[in-house]
Write a protein that binds this ligand. Structure first.
Ligand SMILES: NC(=O)c1ccc[n+]([C@@H]2O[C@H](COP(=O)([O-])OP(=O)(O)OC[C@H]3O[C@@H](n4cnc5c(N)ncnc54)[C@H](OP(=O)(O)O)[C@@H]3O)[C@@H](O)[C@H]2O)c1
Length: 315
């Protein structure tokens, strides 16, 4: 009799847990992407400028266009001046009612003194939104001792992925705190959610991005400032090797538009509904299955990168 009651109790708890997990997965996929309405971003930002790092290509550039469409002035930060000038022109051609400024900065530079100079430029305007987007990956996934570019690459990936969200947040937060409003979005990666073989420093540094955002949320969340981590899977950009778009691989414009709509509705999400679906499936997989999938896709990425390299050499 007692054993029966124990079995019923344990079975009920297990069932409740399974129902809870299924509801959570559905909530993560449908909540921010189907059911919730985008918030009033201007009100939450509390100021008219948005700063975007890595603003001249891919996801960062798309965030700039979408934020300009929503009426924000944009401060572009990137390393190539000619691309900054062109991006400014392109945005103004489409959205002539906003103001665009730019600052040139190579984020492989870890000097706090140079960061101070950049920050004094940025803090001259009222920043409502900071998009810490700039990031760097290896040429292709590889074991840590065989990464192309060796120690320079490993150091740069760590510096570019970790320092900008840390230092820019630390020195832009004061003006947000004084207004009791502001939004900081840190672009991580789904690669930071799982320990991925051959993605070492990239995976670890993106884990840092998520962790940093979560700690800042605890420090400043009650001061009117909103923190979000976006953890994309594959988006068709230069960093991803410019793959064709597909159901699971959106173009950067669709991605940025979708990700911006989740601000205020999810503090940590992939940014795109099919990515969320993919992420939830990965989360449910046993680790050894996921590890095998990572090995397979890493090998494909390496092969594609090597092929491109060969073609470039021959042309
Ligand atoms: N694409 C994906 O599949 C994917 C997936 C997960 C996460 N992410 C994350 O999303 C973010 C954006 O990636 P993306 O794919 O859009 O990259 P992307 O297309 O390669 O664009 C990178 C941007 O960052 C700038 N940049 C690169 N290195 C820089 C440096 N050292 N200093 C200053 N600016 C620099 C580039 O400027 P230049 O034009 O001068 O090079 C460009 O504007 C990254 O944090 C990445 O880790 C991307």
């Amino acid at each position: 009799m007692n054993i029966d009651w124990f079995a019923i109790g344990a079975g009920s708890i297990l069932l409740l847990y399974i129902v809870y997990r299924i509801l959570l997965v559905l909530f993560n996929i449908l909540g921010p992407y189907v059911f919730f309405q985008p918030i009033d971003l201007k009100k939450k930002a509390g100021a008219s400028w948005a700063v975007v790092t890595g603003a001249t290509d891919g996801i960062g550039k798309s965030y700039c266009f979408e934020l300009a469409r929503r009426g924000f002035n944009i401060y572009l930060v990137s390393r190539t001046e000619s691309k900054l000038v062109q991006t400014k022109k392109d945005i103004l051609l489409k959205h002539s009612d906003v103001e665009i400024r730019y600052a040139t900065f190579d984020f492989t530079n870890p000097s706090p003194i140079d960061y101070q100079k950049l920050l004094s430029q940025l803090n001259a305007v009222n920043i409502g939104i900071l998009i810490n987007n700039v990031g760097m990956f290896f040429e292709y996934p590889e074991c840590i001792h065989q990464v192309e570019g060796g120690l320079d690459t490993l150091a740069n990936v760590a510096i570019v992925n970790i320092l900008p969200p840390t230092l820019l947040s630390a020195r832009i937060l004061p003006q947000m705190v004084s207004r009791k409003a502001g939004v900081i979005v840190n672009i991580g990666s789904a690669a930071g959610a799982f320990p991925m073989a051959k993605w070492s420093v990239y995976s670890a540094s993106k884990k840092y991005v998520s962790w940093l955002t979560a700690t800042l949320r605890k420090e400043y969340g009650d001061q009117g400032i909103l923190f979000q981590t976006i953890t994309p899977l594959m988006v068709a950009t230069k960093m991803a090797g410019n793959p064709n778009t597909s159901f699971f691989c959106p173009d950067s414009d669709s991605f940025a538009k979708s990700a911006l709509n989740t601000i205020g509705n999810s503090s940590d999400t992939t940014g795109y509904i099919t990515h969320q679906l993919e992420y939830e499936m990965m989360n449910l997989m046993p680790e050894f299955v996921l590890d095998r999938a990572v090995v397979r896709s890493s090998a494909q990425l390496k092969e594609a990168a090597m092929k491109k390299k060969e073609e470039k050499l021959l042309s």
